[in-house]
Design a binder for this molecule. Structure first.
Ligand code: DGL
Length: 271
């Protein structure tokens, strides 16, 4: 049947953005700016938080499960794994299982290694990401000419969570975490966990001479590129952004934090 030229376009299907918790919000903000017409579903997987200390097998099984569950109820046209710890493990599995494009985030080692003037770069990430073979490969492929200082910082993940709930990090403890980079005089430090860009203002306050590198902007550009054919006129105002979180406790503080960031709803979901 021929399409009617005056037919109005159907609603734009949302992108699903997932993380173990609030870290992916640092990516979500960039996606919103680059594709303001795109509705989003954000899932904070507090039911399995943190991912940083889980095995690769556990993460793969869990992420596949949550994406399946959410996509069954809320069909998404694109999936963003807004978590380095998960992306370094699950991207191939998700791409084999789902038809939608799957965008992941991996530590921006290449960017840091390209821009360093001192040939000393840092990687601040979860313990899982720091010890992943994928990370070693990135360093081998792009940062052979650099000294790479790797710091696994699980506390920072929680401080990112606290920040979304309105609590600032303890600056003395934060300084302690970044001390190895200051000592080695690194000029570029990769924030290899999506929770960490949430703390960027504090990191710059403590070490303004370091360039704190994250992948949020690049991921958002990739999403915009993949969906460019759909770029619609206007429609921004009615675009909805829904936040969900798993876990057995209601988290009103997080719900309030998510609403303050611009989500139209924030609710618990059983996964
Ligand atoms: N935000 C995640 C990352 O990018 C995971 C943090 C965690 O749950 O340990 O690695």
């Amino acid at each position: 049947m021929m399409a009617n030229a005056h037919e109005t376009k159907g609603p734009v299907a949302p992108a699903l953005i997932i993380d173990s918790g609030s870290g992916g919000l640092s990516i979500w903000g960039h996606i919103r700016r680059h594709t303001p017409w795109l509705p989003t579903l954000y899932l904070a997987d507090f039911g399995f938080y943190p991912y940083g200390d889980k095995s690769e097998q556990e993460i793969e099984t869990r992420v596949r499960h949550i994406v399946e569950q959410v996509c069954e109820c809320y069909p998404a046209q694109l999936i963003v794994v807004a978590c380095n710890t998960a992306s370094t493990v699950v991207l191939d599995h998700l791409r084999a299982r789902f038809q939608q494009p799957v965008v992941g985030v991996v530590p921006a080692i290449k960017t840091a290694a390209t821009h360093t003037k001192k040939q000393v770069i840092g990687l601040l990430a979860t313990q899982g990401t720091v010890r992943r073979a994928y990370t070693d490969e990135l360093i081998r492929d792009f940062a052979r000419h650099c000294q790479v200082i790797k710091v696994g910082a699980p506390d920072l993940v929680q401080w990112g969570e606290d920040w979304v709930r309105g609590r600032s990090p303890d600056m003395a403890r934060l300084r302690g975490v970044i001390q190895p980079f200051l000592e080695a005089e690194a000029d570029q430090v990769v924030l290899g966990c999506t929770h960490f860009p949430l703390l960027k203002p504090f990191l710059y306050q403590l070490a303004p001479d370091i360039n704190w590198v994250d992948s949020g902007e690049a991921i958002a550009r990739r999403v915009a590129y993949l969906l460019q054919a759909q770029q619609s006129e206007g429609g921004e105002e009615s675009t909805s952004h829904r936040a969900f979180y798993s876990g057995d406790k209601q988290d009103s503080e997080w719900e309030r934090g998510a609403m303050a960031l611009g989500f139209s709803s924030a609710e618990q979901i059983a996964l």
